[in-house]
Write a protein that binds this ligand. Structure first.
Ligand SMILES: Cc1cc2nc3c(=O)[nH]c(=O)nc-3n(C[C@H](O)[C@H](O)[C@H](O)COP(=O)(O)OP(=O)(O)OC[C@H]3O[C@@H](n4cnc5c(N)ncnc54)[C@H](O)[C@@H]3O)c2cc1C
Length: 383
């Protein structure tokens, strides 16, 4: 059997759809394979909103990637006519000891990013109904806000199709085998394909697919909840996205104003470990009670009647930095995963990076800190 494609992209969620679109734009013969139906909500990219911001507390090394991600989101909007970003600002709240706030500020200083400083009374005055605690302050990043994940996946897939990509849904990949003249992709129904290159963008399924690498990934159940606010002050257009870091809370609480379907709130990196096949997708009374209680502590009128919920998955690496690299045993295979609950905003640039790694043998983007090498035995951690 001969090679039928220049690149197969395994997984058409946030990252894979972007990689497929960028590879198709180069005029390459590309095929995307997705185990679920188009528009499914069973991976890590569901829930209608994701925060996008530049003053990155996780590590300033992400800023160059973010600058390009913003450009490529706008490029995708232009090419498809879709509205994918809503830069309503992100308000980060914490006390004087908050390392998250301190890191936001040091990243902003290092890259000359604009932030507004607000003390407690100013937070309450500007965002009526909020309840900052004594000693709390905030930074407001205006060039930040929301990216709409389902719409963005749809836009990347239609851009890929318009540029000649082949797409297969409800088709599960069982495994892949490097051969001298290509990579054999084995489908669960027994069919096999042969491709020159493979990009594995399998989200929480990555560790199982690339089992030979023994990737140190942990999948976590994360619940997103919507509540009907009892005040118009929490409506989109009036309230920013927010991230509240309080030392006595189990995790930081973040959320989004009401876009007509309720305001959304969730705890960051909080939930039990699971595996995708066993994820409890039901929403438990305790999930609702925990988030409603914390949301009420930040803005009581935001935490009105429960409007819905969805369980999703983080795929955490030990240092919570991504993995974007070529397979150590075969450079024709590119891996992008372990996005550790903060990857969505990067999908646009990850698509470009994966395409460069697959076709150019390297990338212009500074991603050495995301390499697999850091998990090699005996290698000192970066942090
Ligand atoms: C609740 C929650 C909130 C988040 N909030 C933010 C945020 O505010 N900002 C931010 O930047 N990031 C956020 N993230 C993180 C971000 O959403 C993820 O990093 C991102 O969605 C990961 O995309 P992905 O393409 O790796 O995974 P997915 O979107 O899950 O895509 C993987 C795809 O691969 C497919 N697949 C897997 N195995 C196979 C197989 N064998 N055969 C065929 N197909 C397969 C899957 O079906 C799936 O479609 C959040 C995540 C969660 C869960």
């Amino acid at each position: 059997m001969g090679v039928t494609h220049d690149l197969v992209v395994l997984g058409l969620g946030g990252m894979g759809s972007a990689a497929l679109a960028r590879a198709a734009l180069r005029g390459r013969r590309v095929l995307g394979i997705e185990q679920f139906a188009r528009g499914h909500e069973l991976g890590s990219s569901c829930g209608r909103s994701r925060i996008i911001r530049k003053a990155y507390f996780e590590d300033p090394a992400y800023v160059p990637l973010l600058l390009r991600a913003y450009e490529l989101w706008r490029d995708l909007e232009t090419r498809t006519g879709a509205t994918l970003l809503d830069l309503i600002g992100v308000l980060m709240v914490g006390n004087a000891q908050s390392t998250i706030l301190a890191n936001v500020e040091s990243t902003a200083r290092a890259y000359g990013l604009a932030l507004e400083q607000l003390d407690g009374p100013e937070i309450a005055r500007r965002f009526s109904g909020t309840r900052p605690r004594p000693g709390e302050r905030a930074v407001l990043e205006r060039d930040a806000g929301v990216v709409f994940p389902e719409a963005a996946i749809g836009a990347h897939l239609s851009l890929a199709e318009r540029n000649g990509a082949d797409l297969r849904f409800e088709t599960r990949v069982a495994g892949y085998d490097p051969l001298p003249d290509g990579i054999r992709v084995r489908l669960a129904d027994g069919e096999t394909l042969q491709t020159a290159r493979l990009a594995v963008c399998a989200g929480p399924w990555l560790a199982a697919l690339a089992a030979e690498l023994l990737l140190p990934l942990r999948v976590q159940r994360n619940v997103q909840l919507w509540f009907w606010p009892s005040t118009p002050a929490f409506g989109a257009g009036r309230f920013p996205a927010f991230f509240v870091d309080r030392p006595d809370w189990p995790a930081p609480l973040y959320g989004f104003p009401d876009y007509g379907d309720g305001g959304k709130a969730a705890l960051h990196a909080y939930g039990e470990s699971t595996v995708p096949a066993e994820l409890d997708r039901s929403i438990r009374a305790a999930d609702i009670a925990t988030v409603a209680d914390l949301l009420a502590g930040w803005m009581p009128e935001a935490a009105g009647a429960y409007a819905g919920g969805r369980a999703c998955m983080y795929t955490l690496t030990p240092d919570e930095h991504f993995i974007i690299d070529r397979h150590p045993a075969d450079p024709r295979i590119v891996l992008a995963g372990g996005f550790s609950g903060h990857g969505y905003k990067f999908c646009s640039v990850v698509g470009e990076i994966v395409t460069e790694l697959a076709f150019d043998g390297g990338t212009r983007h500074p991603i050495a800190f995301l390499s697999l090498h850091r998990f090699a035995r005996g290698h000192a951690s970066r942090k």
